[in-house]
Design a binder for this molecule. Structure first.
Ligand code: TYD
Length: 221
């Protein structure tokens, strides 16, 4: 009997490491929480690779500049989706997978869900299409855990203060669709998400993240 041929796009696992994504709308406080988590893990003796999208590689920094800092209308929605996917493909291939293969903890500020929420939901390019594009780009790599810092459009706007980039400049209705996009993803796969109210006290949020991450560390020891 012949073995079935494995699909060429088969999902590849996360090596020996632990892969955590921190997601949420603009102004949700992702970088604060991921930095706190990383610091705590390092204190516990783990090797942590803290990274981000877009811009976690040299190529990614160039792509980040192109996609975020042009004039309004300078990047068409499909081009935008492809640039984020290109950034992700290179980031996973050269930073994330190698670190996971070494058994490290990788914490990324934003990952695939940002594309589904911003390009799929808010730009209306389609949840499934955008997700499939990123899964192709990453050869199926998914986080063990996604921490979603849920923020309303209004709270996010108030918290981010000065507007930095093309996407932050979008109207509240856009950011409402982003929020709903994230919440839809979390509700489809609750075991792999920790959804927190971004408005809560930062110290309390960090505690909740540590509680959720602790049991995941078992297989790294
Ligand atoms: P981020 O680096 O979190 O913003 P900043 O450092 O300026 O606070 O993200 C930059 C923007 O890119 C943000 O508005 C969300 C957007 N984005 C997408 O639209 N799709 C994606 O796939 C990713 C990763 C980010």
């Amino acid at each position: 009997m012949t073995e079935p041929t494995p699909p060429t796009t088969a999902a590849r696992g996360a090596g020996r490491g632990l892969f955590i994504a921190v997601e949420g709308g603009d102004g949700a406080g992702k970088s604060t929480q991921s930095a706190r988590l990383g610091k705590w893990l390092e204190g516990e003796g783990y090797v942590v690779r803290h990274t981000r999208e877009p811009g976690g590689t040299a190529l990614g920094r160039t792509l980040r500049e192109l996609v975020l800092h042009g004039e309004d209308g300078s990047v068409s929605p499909r081009a935008e989706a492809l640039i984020f996917a290109a950034d992700r493909a290179h980031h996973v291939a050269t930073v994330v997978r190698p670190a996971l293969d070494r058994g490290e903890v990788v914490i990324t500020d934003r990952y695939l869900d940002s594309s589904v929420a911003y390009q799929g939901a808010a730009r209306a390019l389609g949840h499934e299409e955008v997700r499939a594009l990123s899964l192709w780009a990453t050869e199926g790599l998914q986080p063990h855990l996604t921490v979603l810092l849920d923020v309303s459009a209004e709270q996010g706007r108030a918290r981010r203060g000065r507007v930095h980039d093309r996407l932050e400049r979008e109207a509240d209705a856009f950011h409402d669709r982003v929020r709903q996009g994230f919440l839809d993803l979390a509700s489809r796969d609750p075991d792999r998400y920790l959804v927190l109210d971004a408005h809560a006290d930062a110290g309390r949020l960090a505690e909740q993240v540590r509680e959720r991450v602790t049991p995941l560390l078992g297989h790294l020891r």
